[in-house]
Design a binder for this molecule. Structure first.
Ligand code: PMP
Length: 356
């Protein structure tokens, strides 16, 4: 029986995507060949790559606005490094907002490239909120932020107004909510949350910000090289990209980001309302910054842990243990998670209250 999968990533994808991807492993497009055994230069796969790149831009509302979409490898962690390589000038400066483990990982990778200014950090408060009062140096080569903090369960609800290029790690909330994506000059996201299996990263970049650093960039690190080669500089992650395309098609058929946003808001409201109502539970972040993707919470009394854990497991729930670095619980409610699964979790929380 299919579990209620609240995993933080890799995570649940739409059932029809699993089925179509499985079929393509056996026979891709009726070719008599598996998608895993054809050349990435085969016109059938080139068409997949072209459609995936175009559809990513279309869903973000960025078609015809000077952006390029790439599907590269190395995870979002590789983009922590590619971003300063491609955007920080020699003797330049970059500004970063530190909102969690992944944001601080990005900062670490930027430091060897030049002056790396942390404009604000919520680390002293264990990343329980998103800093809002800060200024971005006008001479920074770019500003980097993390839209959703997968581990700590916070999400940026607004973004600063700035004249410097804005870079955003959207790994855990891409395609989940409407934003004016044209405010960003570079967006990146590992596929393994709202898009596909692990193995590829979507990068959406405004071409005009590239080529200005004055530094020699190795080809594999160079966004311009990847754009020129139409995201096929090296063998792309064919299966991860095909499966991502299936998810993007699913999202488009559903009505796009605006439609899924409504569902995501309903799911998050259902769970947060119960966390706030039920005296046995407490949220871990300030309310205004709560993530609609990853809800983090604790039991008010840890003595109830064994009972609660046995109850949610018996209800067919999987993947709600908090990240190993913070403990507690984390329910990830990505695009493909049905609201029925959230209801099952809420029912277990209510049942615990009845039992105690
Ligand atoms: N950024 C964020 C917001 C993440 O959630 C993660 C991983 N879950 C990463 C970066 C790192 O991604 P990857 O493992 O693909 O390198």
């Amino acid at each position: 029986m299919k579990k209620h999968n609240f995993s933080a990533g890799p995570c649940i994808l739409p059932q029809e995507v699993f089925e179509k991807a499985a079929q393509a492993v056996l026979d891709f497009n009726g070719m008599g060949l598996s998608i895993l055994e054809i050349s990435h230069r085969d016109k059938a796969f080139v068409a997949v790559m072209e459609e995936a790149r175009a559809l990513a831009l279309e869903l973000l509302g960025l078609t015809g606005k000077g952006y390029q979409a790439l599907f590269l490898q190395g995870g979002a962690s590789m983009e922590f490094l590619r971003v300063p390589y491609n955007l920080m000038k020699v003797d330049g400066k970059a500004a970063y907002l530190d909102t969690g483990t992944w944001a601080s990982g990005a900062i670490k990778e930027a430091k060897p490239f030049g002056e790396t200014v942390v404009v604000a950090s919520s680390k002293p408060d264990n990343y329980t909120y998103i800093p809002k009062e800060y200024s971005i140096p006008a001479d920074a080569d770019y500003f980097h932020c993390t839209s959703n903090n997968t581990i700590f369960g916070t999400q940026m609800k607004s973004f600063p107004e700035t004249n410097v290029p804005m870079v955003c790690d959207m790994s855990s909330d891409i395609f989940s909510r409407t934003l004016d994506f044209s405010k960003f000059d570079l967006i990146y996201a590992g596929a393994q949350k709202n898009m596909g299996p692990a193995g590829t990263t979507l990068i959406v970049v405004k071409e005009e910000i590239l080529g200005k650093t004055g530094r020699a960039i190795p080809n594999i690190m160079n966004y311009q090289q990847h754009i020129e080669k139409e995201s096929m500089y090296n063998t792309p992650a064919v299966f991860a990209i095909y499966t991502s395309l299936l998810t993007l098609q699913w999202l488009k058929n559903l009505g796009g980001i605006a439609a899924i946003e409504k569902l995501n808001e309903a799911k998050a409201k259902l769970l947060y309302d119960e966390i706030d109502r039920n005296p046995l539970f407490k949220g871990t972040t300030v309310k205004e910054d709560r993530s609609n993707m990853n809800a983090t919470f604790l039991l008010a009394d840890e003595n109830h842990t064994a009972l609660f854990d046995s109850m949610w497991k018996a209800a067919g729930i999987s993947g709600i243990s908090g990240h190993r670095s913070v403990g507690g619980y984390r329910a990830s409610m990505y695009n493909a998670l049905p609201i029925e699964s959230v209801q099952v979790l809420v029912d277990v929380m209510k049942e615990l209250e009845n039992k105690i």
